[in-house]
Design a binder for this molecule. Structure first.
Ligand code: MEV
Length: 735
């Protein structure tokens, strides 16, 4: 039995824990960068894999039933984070298409072909910079120059790169560019090369040599893994066979065996498998059916002019056919011409989900990473595992778009994640009405968060407060010393004051006001509070209590307002009804809480889509609504000569940098859709969604009642749930 250790495992502690279970182990020394392993001695006790896996630091347990334990332990799926920003899941539910020319011939050739590949839905670009050729007189690649062209073309089109390292001499240069390093079939048993590729720490695609059996192929993979390669994909590309009509004989039985019996990641290269383009498509389909989750093909825009292997290169339309057969969705190159950013899409709700994405991409020119996220909507488990603790899976909700928003003279598409039907439709509808009167107008204060430091049992809180007032500048300077990076970005502590809460218990609170720029700011403020506490204590005595931000950031407010005509709203009676509903909320906290819930329907949905701390937002909103008086509505509506004016002010602690904003690909996609240039603008956009949501709710309540529209959509949802087939019918839901 072989036990693999986690990267961060303490080898001695693991060995001791295993010994405690009755297992005597011998460390298998890895080469530089390779995974650390223990071999369990045969005289050890019999212990179940579950118990061994429960030992901290143990990553995997494999029976040593074969000479390639590392291959046996390979996960079925693996995420390749490509330099272009694309995330490619190998071995997942979706087939990965790797396409490109046999050889990178020129800068313009690879640019053109990369565009074709991306447009066809390929996730990775292949192309040889160093070409092994049977004849020494054949074209053998453009070398280092070709690597540069390949990297640029992949970056331009958001593709990953697969390219071959032909000798140890090229490995380093190839590893600078390749997201997956290919080891060619002629080199499958070049052990020095395998070791060198392994040491780069990059995943590898290992082609099977023409004349070898499966066991030798797996052992070649073991060489790669043993030397530090994190993942190997086994690529079948044809073995020697009797058919002169074909270049090779594609061994699909081996593909099925690797995938279904050995549960290994397997790719097929049908281009080399048959050597003729007219048979590539049927063989690619057969490969996928046999279990290949990765298809690697050669393609060329002008195969007749190709400097190598032109006969097997797919024509562009054949590549598209292949992509359709593999059920891939094309990704538009970012350089394609687009109509421009807008929040208006006619009859968006009538389209299928796929059509909506297509329209959006064509109109806005979304980055390939965003297009791919929208298509797949997944969160990598590795990323999830770093976000919180005890992760066992991920959890998805619909990502929708709030339409028609015009805010401060600019359109904004508003990404929204919410489980409640009608919120997105209602918001978009209200935004359409407001748009007719010029849209929303808003502004946000500087992003000043409040940090609190609690001091108990201070001997004289009035005197202590005076000391802190007198030393205010010193406090600010000390605070800023703790957060030099924030200060360098133009933020930092801007003010400090005190709250004398209870003379009897000596409770005094120091407030620190910190401009956190485009961040949400919790970490920055907590850092400052913790840094200052002991210094201040040395001045005023007492005991240090809590040091934490306040979720009522009164110096971080957003103001939003809008007009809507009675005509747009549906008549004078409805406009009166909305104004009366607003007065009702001003007079009655029971109503105000529901009124505010309607506002938060919009704000929370945007907060979720954009990876914000919505609990902090909720806490701030409701504390503000009840601040120093009876709980009140955050937004109010009053009659104007032409209709209604809505006004809202509330704290909004949100960020466009740091936290989940950077880690979650869905949040990055949502940020690309909303197009804001920082936290203050985002606060205004979120507030507009809240005010729109409020208007829509009040209009419905003042008119036909909430149930009619709401229940129509609820009925639709129940229908879908009842169908419970897992396949949701794609049909219009609402206007
Ligand atoms: C439902 O999610 C929200 C409403 O109750 C808001 C309101 O009453 O204003 C409709």
């Amino acid at each position: 039995m072989v036990i693999l250790l986690r990267d961060d495992a303490d080898e001695k502690a693991v060995a001791a824990a295993l010994q405690g279970l009755g297992l005597w182990t011998r460390a298998l020394t890895p080469d530089a960068g390779g995974p650390r392993m223990f071999e369990v001695e045969t005289q050890s006790a019999h212990v179940s894999a579950e118990l061994i896996l429960a030992v901290p630091g143990v990553a995997h347990v494999a029976e040593r039933k074969s000479p390639h334990p590392l291959v046996d332990a390979l996960a079925e799926q693996y995420l390749v984070r490509c330099r272009s920003g694309a995330d490619v899941w190998l071995g997942g539910d979706r087939t990965v298409l790797i396409a490109g020319p046999c050889a990178v011939e020129s800068e313009s050739q690879i640019q053109t072909i990369a565009g074709l590949c991306a447009a066809a839905g390929a996730q990775m670009l292949r192309g040889g910079a160093f070409k092994p050729r049977t004849s020494p007189y054949s074209f053998n690649g453009q070398g280092d120059e070709a690597l540069k062209w390949l990297a640029a073309a992949a970056a331009e089109h958001g593709l990953g790169v697969v390219t071959e390292a032909m000798s140890e001499l090229h490995v380093e240069a190839v590893a600078q560019v390749a997201d997956i390093i290919q080891v060619g079939s002629r080199n499958m048993q070049n052990f020095a090369l395998l070791a060198a590729v392994g040491r780069t720490g990059r995943p590898a695609l290992l082609k099977r040599a023409r004349g070898v059996g499966i066991e030798e192929w797996l052992l070649a993979g073991e060489h790669l893994l043993r030397h530090g390669c994190p993942y190997v994909v086994f690529c079948e590309r044809g073995i020697a066979g009797p058919n002169a009509e074909m270049r090779n004989t594609l061994d699909l039985a081996a593909v099925a065996y690797l995938r279904h019996i050995l549960k290994l990641p397997v790719a097929v290269d049908p281009s080399h498998g048959v050597g003729r383009r007219d048979l590539v498509l049927p063989l690619a389909k057969a490969s996928a059916a046999a279990g290949a989750s990765i298809i690697l093909v050669e393609t060329h825009d002008q195969p007749a002019q190709a400097r190598s292997d032109g006969a097997q290169a797919l024509l562009p339309h054949q590549l598209t056919e292949l992509s359709v057969a593999l059920d891939l969705e094309p990704v538009e190159p970012p350089s394609a011409s687009h109509t421009g950013y807008t929040s208006r899409f006619s009859e968006f709700y009538k389209k299928s989900v796929q059509e909506r994405r297509r329209v959006l991409t064509r109109q806005l020119g979304l980055s390939p990473a965003t297009q791919r996220y929208l298509r797949e909507g997944t969160l990598d488990l590795g990323v999830a595992d770093h976000m919180t603790e005890n992760v066992i899976s991920t959890f998805a909700l619909p990502l929708s778009l709030g339409l028609n928003f015009r805010i401060n003279g600019r359109d904004h598409l508003i990404p929204m994640v919410v489980e409640e039907p009608s919120v997105v439709a209602a918001c978009s509808n209200a935004a359409r009405m407001v748009r007719a009167s010029g849209g929303f107008r808003g502004d946000a204060t500087r992003s000043v968060m409040t940090g609190q430091v609690q001091f108990d049992r201070v001997p004289n809180i009035a005197e202590a407060a005076k000391i802190l007032r007198d030393r205010r500048d010193e406090i600010i300077a000390l605070a800023n010393e703790a957060i030099p990076r924030m200060v360098a970005r133009g933020g930092g502590c801007v003010d400090a004051d005190t709250r004398e809460l209870d003379e009897a218990s000596g409770l005094l609170v120091l407030h620190l006001y910190v401009d956190v720029g485009d961040a949400m700011g919790a970490n920055v403020v907590d850092t400052v509070a913790e840094k200052l506490a002991p210094v201040v204590q040395s001045w005023i005595g007492g005991h240090i209590g809590l040091r934490i931000l306040s979720n009522l950031p009164l110096r971080r407010l957003v103001h939003i307002e809008c007009d809507v005509t009675a005509e747009m709203l549906g008549g004078e009676e409805l406009a009166d009804g909305v104004a009366r509903a607003s007065s009702f909320a001003e007079m009655d906290p029971f109503r105000a809480s529901t009124h505010n819930k309607g506002i938060m329907n919009g704000i929370d949905a945007v907060a979720l889509a954009l990876g914000q701390d919505w609990r902090a937002i909720e806490a701030g909103a409701h504390a503000f609504a009840g601040l120093g008086r009876e709980y009140r509505p955050l937004a109010t509506w009053s009659r104007t000569a032409t209709g209604l004016r809505g006004v809202m002010e509330m704290p909004l602690a949100i960020g466009t940098v740091g936290g989940s904003v950077q880690a979650h690909p869905g949040v990055r996609a949502a940020m690309e859709l909303v197009r804001v240039d920082g936290a203050r603008q985002l606060a205004v956009v979120m507030a507009a969604a809240g005010l729109a949501s409020n208007l829509a709710a009040l209009r419905a309540l003042a008119g036909e009642g909430i149930q009619q529209g709401h229940m129509r959509l609820h009925a639709r949802k129940s229908e879908i749930l009842a169908a419970a087939s897992g396949i949701l019918p794609s049909r219009p839901t609402h206007a």
